[in-house]
Design a protein around this ligand. Structure first.
Ligand code: PGA
Length: 260
C-alpha cells in the first residue's frame, strides 16, 4: 500500500504557467487559506509566474504550502536579459524549480544540454529541481515513449551524483496529455513512472530509487488525483489548468490525502 512508503511524501504542485498577475495570485492564495486546514500527509506547492513569487512568499510564510519557480537561468549573474538566477529565487525562499517543461523545450528551444546545466545549478544551490520529461503522441504511437523518456533522463542527469539524485523530483508529463483534457490512465502513468524508477536503479542505485519522487502531469483534476496516487510509483502530480482556482487547489490537496 502506498501510504506505507513514508520516504516519499506525495507532492501536489500547481503550475500556473503564464496566468495570474501578482494581484490575482495574492487574492487567490488568500481565498485558498480561508478554505481550511491542509492535509499533513501531502506536500502542497504553488508555482506562479516570477512576478507573483514576491507577494506570495509573505502570504505563505506561516503555512505548509511551498513555493516554486517555473524556470531558472543556468548562469549565475550578469548580462542575460530576461533571465532569473538561482540566488534571486533563493532570496525569495523558493524551494523548487520546474526545469525542462515541454513548453520550454518546444517554444523556447531549450536543449537537453541547457536543461542539464540548470538541473546541476539548482542542485548546487539546494533548490529542488522538478525535471519534466515526456514523449509526444507520435513517439507514443511509434512505441518509442520509453526510449524518449529515458534519453531525456540520461541527458539531463548525466552529471548528477547518487547523493544529489535523491533530491531530484522527476515529473513524467506526456506531451499529448498536457492541457488537452486527455490524461494518461492511472495504469499508463504507473507503467512509465515504474520504468523511470527502474532507470534510476540502473543508473544510480536501489537506495536512490526508493527516495526519488516521481510525479505524473497532464490533465490531472481533483477527480482523478486519488486514483493516480494509489499507484505505487506515482508520488504526486504536476497540475496546470486544474490548479488555477483556490477551490481546485484545495480539492487537489484534500483528494490527494489519505487522511480521512
Ligand atoms: P495541465 O498541465 O494540467 O493543464 O495538463 C500540466 C503541466 O503542464 O504541468
Amino acid at each position: 500500500m502506498k501510504g506505507e512508503i513514508d520516504l516519499r511524501k506525495p507532492l501536489i504542485a500547481g503550475n500556473w504557467k503564464m496566468n495570474h498577475t501578482p494581484t490575482q495570485a495574492l487574492e487567490m492564495v488568500r481565498e485558498l487559506l480561508e478554505l481550511g486546514e491542509f492535509p499533513s500527509d501531502v506536500e502542497g506547492l504553488l508555482i506562479p509566474a516570477f512576478p507573483a513569487l514576491c507577494p506570495l512568499v509573505k502570504e505563505l510564510k506561516e503555512t505548509s504550502i511551498k513555493l516554486g519557480a517555473q524556470n531558472m537561468s543556468s548562469e549565475d549573474q550578469g548580462a542575460f536579459t530576461g533571465e532569473v538566477s538561482w540566488d534571486m529565487l533563493l532570496d525569495l525562499q523558493v524551494d523548487y524549480v520546474v526545469l525542462g517543461h515541454s513548453e520550454r523545450r518546444k517554444y523556447f528551444f531549450e536543449s537537453d544540454e541547457v536543461i542539464a546545466k540548470k538541473v546541476n545549478k539548482a542542485l548546487e544551490h539546494k533548490i529542488t529541481p522538478i525535471l519534466c520529461v515526456g514523449e509526444s503522441l507520435e513517439e507514443r504511437k511509434a512505441g518509442d515513449a520509453k526510449t524518449r523518456v529515458k534519453s531525456q533522463l540520461q541527458e539531463a542527469l548525466k552529471e548528477v551524483t547518487p547523493d544529489k539524485m535523491k533530491e531530484v523530483v522527476i515529473a513524467y508529463e506526456p506531451i499529448w496529455a498536457i492541457g488537452t483534457g486527455v490524461s494518461a490512465s492511472a495504469k499508463d502513468a504507473q507503467e512509465m513512472c515504474q520504468e523511470i524508477r527502474n532507470w534510476v536503479v540502473d543508473n544510480f542505485n536501489q537506495e536512490v530509487s526508493e527516495v526519488v519522487r516521481i510525479l505524473y502531469g497532464g490533465s490531472v483534476k481533483p477527480s482523478t488525483i486519488a486514483e493516480l496516487l494509489e499507484e505505487v510509483d506515482v508520488d504526486g502530480a504536476l497540475v496546470g489548468g486544474a490548479s488555477l482556482s483556490a477551490k481546485d487547489i484545495y480539492e487537489l490537496l484534500s483528494q490527494g490525502s489519505q487522511n480521512d
